[in-house]
Design a protein. Structure first.
Lengths: 286, 315
């Protein structure tokens, strides 16, 4: 970390000092990320009096009751189950719908093609909040309030723009020769899409699946308003409720929140490449 | 959109020899588009048009739509100082993001491209908060900001205990406390975006300027920064759009309080629509949010984004 340890790399004293400073800044920012996260993880192992007395460092003694309470809470597993179910349905809707549409938009000439594409890209701008009131009315009329489908369908619809924007250039870049060859072999558009395009697009499709799952897993506004019955709640709703219910019990809140956070972090470390490349190439809508 | 898609890059030569796009009978095209169009129309386009319709009525969301009031809901919204405050708060978040968060992300990205050991680890960790939900983020930070909580104790630990405040309970600073959390969660995303942009800049250019005797700062200012322009503009745009929609984080930490000091357009909308059952009025608010997003997008498209996207999004 000091100037001398990295001297071999730099041509001058001044440059070495600069490198030391770079590491110092990078490390401080790293600390600013890690401390809140570990505060939550370790905080769940403290009692409230320990938290008040000494929120940093390791707990002494380790308190297991908070995590125990959370992990034996049947409603916690209900939230996880609902979140998983909704994420899976949303992804199962987005993947075929987006890839079919992006396929013809990317590779076929037809009237109104640019209009259709523009319509979808426009959707990148619309937050769910803009449509939430009529959505609520529609879902109430169709009996989809308090149902996983009532979340998955609108979420899939709002996920289409980003997915199509990511897929289109990828589909475009697949050589025409392949299509010509397939056509000579008597392969129609559907066959070509299914047997040639989809297998070739596996990486970009998995990127879209990952982004859709993350988006669904984290969604709050729509579930908050649509899932009124506690049995239907997703993890974010449950955690929001826990933080109100245990308002003075910080340690308990941290235990629940950590348990909600860990699947997302694990998922991130596994699927990091898809998430990062998907969001930087597809780029839009953070 | 802009940046480094290895697959696309590898196959780019094919584009040059590509012939006209294929044709197919329109029923086939339509069948391919149908699932996406149906979903999108039913759950995105139709609700937005309905919002516009509701906005002209005094309506509680239950009875038939009969009480037409024209533009009165819009007049009421703009006459409500609380709504103007909410818009101002969105504006403050946008301003702070553009002035502080994005320059910070650019600086860190540039820092990480200089031969830093363990740069992959830094990048991975900086990005990590982005994938956490705003609910989890908000709940954890609410605990951190408690009086005598972690934040205060860290301040005391570095000898700045005097700075302790009621971070979320003091109307004067609650919004800025939230901005800090927003930056904590999102700067990594912008940094990664900018890193990807930096990788597209040929290192020869920077080396050449260094050989010509340009200092690091001059090289950055006159070579790197201009070439990075498109990426930074995309980053700014995403930041603005995100700030216009700000809801989750505010709702779980302060619900817009104390005394309206952190309310945003979206919390105002949800409050009026779902807590007070004023669907017509809340729809007018949603139309305003929609309009503002559209204006930002069109201005952006018109003045900035067009040339950035050419050759990146459109091929």
């Amino acid at each position: 970390m000091t100037a001398t340890t990295v001297r071999t790399k730099g041509p001058s004293q001044k440059f070495d000092f600069g490198r030391g400073l770079l590491y110092l800044i990078a490390a401080l920012v790293l600390l600013a990320i890690i401390v809140p996260l570990s505060f939550s993880i370790i905080g769940g192992f403290r009692s409230n009096s320990q938290l008040a007395a000494q929120p940093v460092g390791l707990p002494d003694p380790w308190v297991w009751t908070n995590y125990q309470t959370a992990l034996t809470d049947p409603s916690f597993y209900g939230w996880v189950r609902n979140s998983v179910l909704i994420a899976l349905i949303t992804t199962a809707l987005v993947l075929p719908a987006a890839s079919l549409a992006a396929f013809v938009i990317a590779r076929y000439k037809f009237r109104g093609r640019e209009l259709v594409f523009a319509l979808f890209t426009l959707g990148l701008l619309f937050p769910v909040a803009v449509a939430i009131l009529p959505l609520f009315i529609t879902l109430r009329q169709t009996g989809l309030l308090n149902s996983p489908l009532g979340i998955a369908l609108p979420q899939a619809a709002f996920g289409l723009p980003l997915s199509i924007v990511i897929l289109r250039p990828f589909f475009r870049s697949i050589p025409r020769d392949l299509e010509d060859a397939a056509a000579i072999d008597g392969c129609g558009p559907l066959r070509f899409y299914w047997s040639v395009m989809l297998p070739l697009s596996r990486p970009v499709l998995s990127t879209i699946a990952v982004l859709t799952v993350v988006g669904s897993w984290n969604a709050f506004l729509l579930p908050l308003l649509v899932l009124i019955q506690p049995e239907q709640w997703t993890l974010p709703l449950g955690i929001n409720n826990i933080s109100a219910q245990y308002v003075t019990d910080t340690a308990m809140i941290l235990a629940y929140t950590t348990l909600a956070m860990i699947p997302a972090l694990i998922f991130y470390f596994i699927a990091q490449r898809q998430i990062v490349t998907g969001l930087t190439t597809g780029g839009v809508k953070g | 959109m802009v940046i480094s898609d290895p697959q696309v890059k590898v196959t780019r030569p094919n584009r040059i020899v590509r012939r006209a796009p294929g044709t197919a009978p329109w029923p086939v095209i339509f069948a391919f588009l149908l699932p996406a169009l149906a979903l999108y129309t039913l759950f995105v386009l139709y609700p937005i048009t309905q919002s516009i319709r509701y906005s002209g009525y005094d309506w509680n969301g239950l009875e038939p739509l009969t009480d037409w009031v024209g533009l009165q809901n819009f007049r009421d919204a703009f006459a409500d100082p609380l709504f103007i405050e909410a818009i101002t708060h969105n504006g403050i978040i946008i301003g702070l993001s553009l002035l502080l968060q994005i320059p910070f992300a650019v600086a860190l990205a540039v820092l990480l491209t200089r031969n830093l050991k363990g740069r992959g680890v830094f990048r991975t960790m900086y990005f990590a908060p982005f994938i956490l939900s705003e609910v989890v983020t908000g709940v954890v930070w609410r605990q951190i900001y408690r009086p005598d909580g972690l934040f205060d104790q860290v301040l005391a630990g570095v000898g700045a205990g005097d700075l302790s405040r009621e971070w979320l309970a003091d109307p004067k600073i609650a919004l800025y406390s939230l901005f800090f959390v927003i930056s904590w969660k999102y700067f990594g995303f912008h940094m990664v975006l900018i890193l990807a942009g930096l990788q597209l800049i040929p290192t020869e250019l920077e080396e050449a300027s260094a050989i010509d005797g340009a200092s690091f700062w001059k090289g950055f200012r006159y070579v790197t920064l201009p070439l990075l322009g498109p990426t930074i503009r995309v980053s700014m745009f995403l930041s603005i759009i995100g700030a216009l929609q700000l809801f989750d984080l505010v709702w779980v930490t302060t619900k817009g309080g104390p005394v309206n000091s952190t309310a945003t357009m979206a919390t105002y909308l949800v409050d009026w629509g779902f807590r007070r059952g004023q669907f017509g009025f809340a729809s007018a608010v949603s139309v305003i949010v929609f309009g503002l997003s559209l204006i930002v997008a069109l201005l952006y498209q018109r003045f900035v984004l067009r040339r950035d996207l050419e050759g990146a999004l459109t091929t």
